[in-house]
Design a protein around this ligand. Structure first.
Ligand SMILES: Cc1ncc(COP(=O)(O)O)c(C=O)c1O
Length: 390
């Protein structure tokens, strides 16, 4: 069988590969500590589930407008305005099948062969593959671990060429937890305007910020033509399986993304859209509860990792991942790289995590602390034991 050139430019998401193997082990009765999954371990709040039940009972089970119901678009722009002071209209909003879908459509709608896309390292793996799929050229921006993997607009500016079409920023960042300060975000938007590029701001983790940092969205009321915001209900409302995300952008870009959506997924699930309206308009306390819990877990896991000799670990400022440097253990005991280390951890300690090469750096691993404190303690115990043996 022959396959297209574009499909061979991408590979299966490595985070999914780890999850699949860990799931297989769990199914066979092995007690795996799962630090791999990037999803909240909290259930979807009850009011949201009840809205879905009500939608089912009211037979809200048919096609909706391709880009989402007017009601949900209105709820999204109002929620965004309440949280960030933006002033998008429903015509500047597209409801998608998860945030990843919004990113995919935005890249497909704007990136042609040879167009350059600036992507800070470490990056969430799908950004890389989506740009490659579109035929774009990823231009990697190196960041410094000692500075918490954050970067400035000046760093980005050095990589701008006449071919630059897009700058991708994911703050707080998966996998590093790095946060780009508001003033740098504004400078990045100004940079995009100056160079006629598009700033894509991925706000999927916008509400998971620690140490008193406040949720922030770039631009808000200006420069629509050079900005696309992608967001998701997956993490904020513990709704990963419901598949609801959105894009906020200039109406022309939204229209072009909608064209693609009309020939592929069509509308996001009708019932999930009703649940999403409740998530955005109903009580917001669950976000605070999750954040407080993640905060405690972050502090515990960073402290635990720092007790392991030669492991270096930044304190993440947001999201729910830590990205420790385990470089001192590579080349020991026949372990050539972080990918092999992750395989051995799964095989020998039944502990799942994602190796750094999936995010563009070699000597790191990503640990998700969206899991119970009990699992975190057990995972730390297994990690200590494993590294002590090397
Ligand atoms: C940085 C980032 N963006 C977007 C997404 C997409 O999430 P979803 O498609 O579930 O909305 C994820 C999920 O892990 C993510 O980590």
């Amino acid at each position: 069988m022959q396959f297209s050139g574009r499909i061979s430019r991408i590979s299966v998401s490595s985070t999914m590969a780890v999850m699949a193997k860990a799931d297989k082990m769990k199914a066979s009765g092995i007690k795996v500590v799962d630090f791999g999954a990037g999803e909240p371990d909290f259930p979807t709040p009850d009011n949201i589930k009840q809205a879905a039940v009500a939608a089912l009972e009211a037979n809200f089970t048919k096609y909706t407008p391709t880009g989402g119901t007017r009601e949900l678009k209105q709820a999204i722009v109002e929620w965004h305005a309440r949280n960030f002071g933006s002033d998008y209209t429903p015509d500047e909003c597209l409801v998608t099948v998860g945030g990843k879908h919004a990113i995919f459509e935005a890249v497909m709608a704007t990136i042609d062969h040879g167009d350059e896309v600036i992507l800070p390292v470490p990056y969430w793996v799908s950004f890389m593959d989506i740009v490659n799929y579109a035929g774009g050229k990823v231009v990697l921006l190196d960041t410094r671990e000692e500075e918490g993997f954050t970067f400035t607009a000046r760093d980005v500016e050095k990589l701008i060429t006449p071919k630059t079409r897009m700058i991708i920023v994911n703050s707080p960042c998966n996998p590093s937890g790095a946060v780009v300060p508001p003033e740098e975000m504004e400078k990045l938007l100004a940079l995009a305007v100056r160079h006629n590029a598009l700033l894509m701001s991925d706000e999927c983790y916008s509400h998971f910020l620690y140490d008193g940092r406040q949720p922030y969205s770039v631009g808000c009321t200006r420069n629509r033509e050079n900005l696309i915001i992608v967001g998701s209900l997956s993490k904020t409302f513990a709704m990963t399986g419901w598949r609801v995300g959105y894009a906020l952008a200039d109406a022309k870009l939204v229209g072009n993304m909608l064209k693609l959506q009309s020939h592929s997924t069509s509308n996001p699930t009708s019932i999930a859209q009703k649940a999403a309206v409740e998530a955005l308009r109903g009580p917001q306390d669950s976000i605070r509860v999750m954040l407080a819990e993640y905060h405690g877990r972050r502090d515990r896991i960073v402290a635990g990792l720092r007790e392991i000799p030669s492991v270096k670990c930044n304190i993440p400022q947001g999201a729910f991942y830590v990205y420790p440097n385990i470089g001192a253990y590579l080349k020991k005991d026949g372990i050539p790289d972080a990918t092999r280390l992750a395989e051995r951890l799964l095989d020998e300690a039944s502990l799942a995590l994602v190796p750094g090469p999936a995010f563009g750096t070699e000597p790191h691993v990503r640990i998700s602390y969206a899991t119970s404190m009990e699992q975190i303690e057990e995972g730390l115990r297994r990690l200590k034991e494993f590294f002590a043996k090397l």
